[in-house]
Design a protein around this ligand. Structure first.
Ligand SMILES: Nc1ncnc2c1ncn2[C@@H]1O[C@H](COP(=O)(O)OP(=O)(O)OP(=O)(O)O)[C@@H](O)[C@H]1O
Ligand SMILES: [Mg+2]
Length: 401
């Protein structure tokens, strides 16, 4: 494949086309792949030539020039259109740019002006193509929504939600969103030591206009891989927010983020139920004290009646083996289930991390409690680790056995 700048010259006059061709081909990086005398001819050639640049005279026949630009940008979107025009036609040039031309040259122009412009437009087009390629190769799959619930307050929902989100954000090139759906008393921002300037209430106020882009403006960045959509800063602002609003917001978050972690309030209210509906995985946090166990049984019954299967509902014991609590086996027996994961009780690590607003998966990466959160992340959304490149010794063994 040629790496030259493939160009089509479009001008009514054959003599002009020939002199432009001569001029351009005196530069070895430019190849004149074809010529056309009318708009129709230009469109026919452009469709088959896989061009980089179309050098188009503004007075070309076949429409008013603008029509030709519009059709060329649809029929040959890979090519950048460069318009040649006489002075005093500013309005025309504006329309040409709006129709899809990338730039223009005012006649008369000299050799250097022409070639500089061709190179410049070509470079812009290459950059555009590479961004477009990156964009289109990005995963079109919606992100995974993981919500954390519990049947009793203080079970550790926010602690686990925050650390899980940060654990996901440690993955290479991860894009993670955390949504604080504990609308009245949400404290994810505090756990991350953030001061949000906007909240879910602002996003909801956008109504129908809310989209992926506008939602982004209400998010607070923790780092370049993790952003928070905070709970309203006043409990009364939560009143106007409905389950439908939560669904609409999650639909947008899923488009933007690979992982969306949702912290919830303890009540199984309309808000939480809407979150659960939109979730791919529900982490139900259990505890090892009797009141929690009683409520857990009720909670699991509700989830069953909602027809959420075992593939979606994951029961995780937090503060396993905490002093005075039942053993893991006793709790499993009482609930008649096996835990998806167990997280140890470790007040010495967890409490200071909350007070400093630094998640323990970062501050105490090697602690057992942090490691179990990383393992939980891996179980919920396995990260496929690509095989390391083979060493020379292994390659030699492959060849000689
Ligand atoms: N594995 C753990 N080890 C020790 N302490 C823990 C653990 N998990 C949570 N805690 C402690 O439990 C307390 C409550 O945690 P957290 O705020 O995360 O619970 P919650 O379920 O979000 O509460 P709420 O229902 O009020 O939203 C915190 O003080 C935290 O330090
Ligand atoms: Mg909480």
């Amino acid at each position: 494949m040629s790496d030259k700048i493939k160009t089509l010259i479009v001008d009514e006059l054959a003599t002009t086309r020939e002199s432009l061709k001569k001029l351009m081909e005196s530069h070895p990086e430019i190849e004149v792949a074809g010529q056309a005398g009318t708009g129709e001819e230009a469109i026919a050639r452009a469709k088959t030539l896989n061009l980089d640049i179309i050098l188009l005279d503004a007075n070309v026949r076949g429409g008013n020039g603008i029509d030709v630009i519009e059709r060329l940008s649809v029929e040959a979107p890979e090519a950048a259109i460069l318009v040649m025009s006489t002075q005093g036609k500013q309005e025309y040039l504006q329309r040409a740019l709006l129709a899809g031309a990338k730039n223009y040259l005012i006649k008369p122009f000299d050799d250097t002006e022409l070639v500089t412009m061709v190179r410049q437009v070509f470079k812009q087009q290459q950059r555009f193509k590479s961004v477009f390629r990156q964009g289109s190769s990005a995963s079109p799959q919606p992100g995974k929504v993981i919500s954390i619930i519990s049947s009793k307050g203080g079970a550790g929902k926010t602690t686990i939600a925050v650390n899980l989100a940060v654990a996901f954000a440690e993955r290479p090139n991860a894009r993670v969103g955390i949504l604080d759906a504990n609308l009245q008393f949400g404290d994810v921002a505090t756990y991350l030591n953030l001061v949000p300037r906007a909240s879910i209430a602002d996003a909801v106020a956008e109504g129908e206009l809310l989209d992926e882009m506008s939602l982004e403006t209400y998010m607070t960045a923790y780092n370049d891989r993790l952003s928070l959509l905070a709970a309203p800063n006043r409990p009364e602002l939560a009143e106007a927010i409905t389950g439908g609003n939560l669904k609409a917001i999650l639909a947008q978050l899923k488009k933007k983020y690979e992982y969306v972690v949702v912290d919830t309030a303890t009540d199984l209210n309309e808000i939480t139920l809407s979150v659960l509906d939109e979730s791919d995985a529900i982490v139900v946090l259990a505890g090892s004290d009797l009141p929690t166990l009683k409520n857990m049984k009720l909670c699991l019954e509700i989830l069953q009646s909602l027809k959420y299967g075992e593939d979606k509902v994951h029961i995780v014991l937090n503060r396993a083996n905490s002093a005075g609590g039942l053993s893991v086996q006793q709790v499993e027996k009482s609930l008649n289930l096996k835990f998806f994961a167990t997280i140890p009780s470790d007040g010495k690590t967890v409490l200071p991390s909350i007070n400093h607003g630094t998640p323990f998966v970062l501050a105490n990466h090697h602690s057992a409690v942090a490691q179990t959160v990383f393992q939980l992340a891996q179980k919920l959304a396995p990260l496929e680790v690509s095989a390391p490149p083979k060493s020379m010794a292994a390659k030699v063994l492959d060849i000689f056995g």
